[in-house]
Ligand binder design. Structure first.
Ligand SMILES: *[C@@H]1O[C@H](CO)[C@@H](O)[C@H](O)[C@H]1NC(C)=O
Ligand SMILES: *[C@@H]1O[C@H](CO)[C@@H](O)[C@H](O)[C@H]1NC(C)=O
Length: 207
């Protein structure tokens, strides 16, 4: 039962919690010479209520993974299907009621259920983020915002699509595809029965 625990990242807990806070930390942006200030300051485009994105992720461990991200605000769920490099396919189904399921399929299938006590990010979770300026990243000219020194968010100036976001701990996600309105079929997000039959694997987190 070890591999899911190793694979599990506590990121969502802090993520969802912190992003609900206003950005009250003002700091000096003059020490970031790689950014070009822009006036008037743009505001981040809210996430579409439903989208599918393919993410290329570089983890702090120097490991890489792909993620199929299916964000669905009306259905109250945020799904990440992680393909770890030369490793497992890990399903991460997060519900707006605070419950998340992490599971694998197949012969050594495992499941871990968590209760984080906070829901998925709102489409406007970047509201109140601090604007930092403009920079070229991944070959795209982007506006950059930072929120509560937790996330750095890069949005394409031309198309307003997200290009990249970095977490404080160095994990960076690069957006490879961005399909607005795409919806994952409900059957894919139904947690397998073994998520409910092995109570010793369930953890409850409180924030
Ligand atoms: C992953 O990130 C690290 C740290 O920023 C960097 O040194 C490395 O080149 C990156 N690897 C890939 C494949 O992007
Ligand atoms: C949250 O919603 C999911 C999906 O409907 C459900 O499986 C889970 O039991 C719910 N959690 C709580 C604490 O109600």
């Amino acid at each position: 039962m070890g591999s899911i625990r190793i694979a599990f990242q506590a990121i969502p807990v802090i993520f969802f919690f912190l992003l609900q806070l206003p950005n009250h930390v003002a700091f000096n942006i003059n020490n970031k010479p790689w950014l070009t200030p822009t006036q008037p300051e743009p505001t981040p485009t809210p996430w579409p209520e439903q989208f599918h994105a393919l993410l290329y992720m570089n983890l702090t461990s120097t490991h890489l993974q792909l993620s199929d991200l299916w964000y669905d605000w009306p259905k109250g769920r945020n799904v990440n299907i992680f393909q770890k490099q030369l490793g497992i396919l890990l399903y991460d189904i997060e519900w707006n009621n605070g419950t998340s399921f992490y599971y694998t399929l197949g012969p050594d299938a495992q499941c871990q259920m968590m209760d984080f006590g906070v829901g998925i990010p709102r489409p406007d979770f970047l509201d109140g983020a601090q604007y930092l300026g403009r920079v070229v990243t991944d070959g795209f000219l982007c506006d950059v915002w930072e929120k509560v020194e937790f996330i750095w968010y890069y949005e394409d100036v031309a198309t307003k699509r997200p290009v990249r976001w970095d977490f404080y701990d160095g994990i960076s996600s690069h957006v490879m595809t961005f399909e607005i309105g795409a919806v994952l079929p409900d059957s894919v997000v139904q947690a397998p029965t073994y998520c409910f039959t092995k109570p010793e694997d369930h953890n409850t987190f409180s924030t």
